[in-house]
Design a protein around this ligand. Structure first.
Ligand SMILES: NC(=O)c1ccc[n+]([C@@H]2O[C@H](COP(=O)([O-])OP(=O)(O)OC[C@H]3O[C@@H](n4cnc5c(N)ncnc54)[C@H](OP(=O)(O)O)[C@@H]3O)[C@@H](O)[C@H]2O)c1
Length: 252
């Protein structure tokens, strides 16, 4: 199958392009660098022409409330319209476990808007809800940092390796549309505050993690199970400790 990977230069996108190729698909990476811009529509019809599947693993360059909403709404509208014109038969999108429970956050309101457009369109679709990537842990810490203190709630989190996320999206893109959402997650649950404490200490980061049940996560209050999947999620293999041991300290 010919699969266009929107955001094919990104963390998940570059791994996805490789994995699809290994499984015999023609994977076409698309991003502004290669002349495809989902915000302006530039290059979209040309690259989608003759394609079977679009896998959208793009992300907004800015997480500011208005910018991120504009990114996911405009780019998803442009993509779905171009898919309709060119006859693409499957739209696959990567989103986040718990998105619908996180509407207090501007980022997640944008992901809710993205998913709504997909569900309302006439293009057959599959949405993959993944938990937080191990690679994203530093960014979670940075967003919760004030001076030398990182404030985090002691809620459950079940993170996973970006490599396993790309495998899950690849399997979905290679299959038939489910017109629904599947959940994928890591093999172990942690408490968010403890996970970040462990990750910072492994990297000799001097910041202190303070446990605070009221600390927001990208603007949203968290309940005990907001970030973890329902029973029946597909569980990935890579454990946090083995990922940490294999990952160079300089990796963000
Ligand atoms: N972080 C997490 O823990 C987590 C968990 C679950 C799901 N997700 C979802 O995973 C997805 C991918 O995240 P990621 O970390 O892999 O993203 P990333 O590394 O930041 O990559 C973003 C990609 O989007 C492309 N892009 C940006 N603006 C574009 C535009 N106007 N037109 C076309 N492409 C554009 C970028 O292209 P350039 O390289 O040219 O900028 C890049 O290829 C996101 O949708 C996110 O919501 C994230």
């Amino acid at each position: 199958m010919r699969v266009v990977v929107i955001g094919g230069t990104g963390l998940i996108g570059s791994k996805l392009v490789t994995k699809l190729g290994e499984h015999g698909h023609e994977a076409v990476p698309a991003s502004p660098e290669s002349g495809v811009n989902t915000l302006t529509g530039e290059g979209l019809s040309e690259i989608l022409d003759g394609s079977d599947v679009v896998a959208d693993v793009s992300n907004s360059p800015s997480f500011e409330d208005a910018a991120v909403l504009q990114f996911f709404e405009t780019s998803t509208r442009n993509l779905l319209a171009a898919e309709k014109t060119t006859g693409v038969g499957h739209h696959v999108a990567l989103s986040v476990v718990g998105t619908d429970r996180l509407a207090e956050s501007g980022y997640f309101r944008a992901k809710i808007a993205q998913e709504k457009l997909i569900k309302e369109s006439s293009i057959p679709y599959s949405i993959v809800h993944a938990t937080q990537f191990f690679e994203f842990i530093k960014r979670i810490a940075d967003a919760a940092t004030d001076g030398n203190t990182v404030r985090l709630a002691p809620v459950l989190i079940q993170p996973m390796a970006a490599d396993d996320v790309a495998s899950a999206v690849g399997r979905t893109a290679g299959g038939s549309p489910i017109n629904g959402t599947i959940e994928v997650a890591g093999p172990e649950q942690f408490h968010l505050d403890e996970l970040i404490r462990k990750a910072l200490s492994a990297r000799k980061d001097p910041r202190e993690v303070v446990t605070d049940p009221k600390a927001p996560y990208f603007g949203a209050q968290l309940g005990e199970r907001t970030l973890v999947p329902e029973d029946g999620a597909t569980l990935a293999e890579t454990r946090f400790e083995s990922w940490l041991a294999q990952t160079p300290v300089s990796t963000p």
